[in-house]
Design a protein around this ligand. Sequence first.
Ligand code: FUL
Length: 488
Amino acid sequence: MSKLYSILKFLILIFFIEIFSKCEKKENIISPVHPLPNSNQVAWQKMEYYAFIHFNMNTFTNKEWGYGDEKPIQFNPSQLDTGQWAKVIKQAGMKGIIITAKHHDGFALWPSKYTDHSVKNSLWRDGKGDLIDELSKSCKDYGLKLGIYISPWDRNHPDYGKPEYVTYFRNQLRELLTQYGDIFEVWFDGANGGDGYYGGANEIRKVDKKTYYDWPKTIQIVRDLQPKAVIFSDAGPDIRWVGNEKGYANETTWSPIYRDSLYPGMPNFNDFSSGQENGTHWVPTETDVSIRPGWYYHPEEDSKVKSLSKLVDIYYNSVGLNSSLLLNLPVDKRGLIHENEIENLNQLSDYLDQTFSKNYIYKQNIEASSSVKGFEKMNLIDGNLETYWVSRPDDLKPNFTLNFETPLEANTFLVQEYIQLGQRIQAFTFEIMSNGKWEKVYEGTTIGNKRLIRFKSKRIDAIKFSVSKFKKQVVLNNIGLYRAPLIN
Ligand code: FUL
């Protein structure tokens, strides 16, 4: 009898342990806020800062948009060295390069078998060169990712505007996606349709931007041939345009949009540049801007390379506003990144290194308004982006405070949402206690992947970050407090 009693007691114990562990597990499941990024978008978002290179026929004709009547022999760089590009770009702290393989004038930087309008009929490398191949090898040498810009608009091609051109465009796209290894991003420009050479027709050709390219089929080609690539266009499907070419994302930047109602080149696209809070698809912004006034190299702009303070401002307003920075470097007629660019890029990377190499709140004492078990407040300051702090579902004012034993000087605050669980924060406040007095330093809206806040350098006793509006429990994976150098 007593044996039976012991067995019964044992079984009851097991039953309760099981129930208890189920409750624990339940608490550890953090429900996502849809839409969510896919793994390609997460990997892309982590790149944050990468280069655009506009180098093609326009470099030699000193234009921004070629008409399409240029001759291949006009393309003739004297010292082209993609190794120099990759070295400069790597040193600048960028993670990849997107090259204008074909711009609106239709000239191809690779020996495409579908046209004569390419490097194969130029004097460069005696017509045997392949710039995309050279660049792809240089990217590998320097551990950079390669992306492709291919203009849907082609002012050279006789069939532009007819269905035959779309076949041609797709054939070229296939070449680019199969001959040069992994491609991290495919960039489809929204500018298309207008006047051009068109094989000698010299006329205006307009297309229906919504239907002409039959985008779903073109997108499928990229999916099939480069399943890890993200696709950029004004409206996605994976990455969208920030809405201006100045280098500034919006104060409010939602990654979700109602993607199915948007299309590349649509007229009122700017209305959507802040994203759509309740959008159906995750399509984050990319901020593209040139380091000079033009996208292409013009000798008269040698003295107009953006200054360090301008570049820093752009960095904070793109990477620091839930976007990524695609900074364009116009390669010159020699086929090299110009000395003036190199100097300012190096200044920017030194500035960013000096700012972000020391996080003053790493492993400090942190107080949080609440935490879900397993997603503790220390996850905010462990330097690991895969661990995150989660506020409890009943916490209506999620916040955290850091009190410093010894007051410190800082001027930059960083905060990141763990975007794999969706974008949740709608409004926040950042406060600082200086000389014993609390002061509201910043009131903002969205956070997303990364939010950088700059403020006047202060002696700081404590900082407080509070979320006043959010969709569901707050999920943050990283915070930082930094001292950026002063720019003269
Ligand atoms: C625009 C183009 O028309 C410009 O020439 C440049 O390539 C820029 C990045 O995109 O739409």
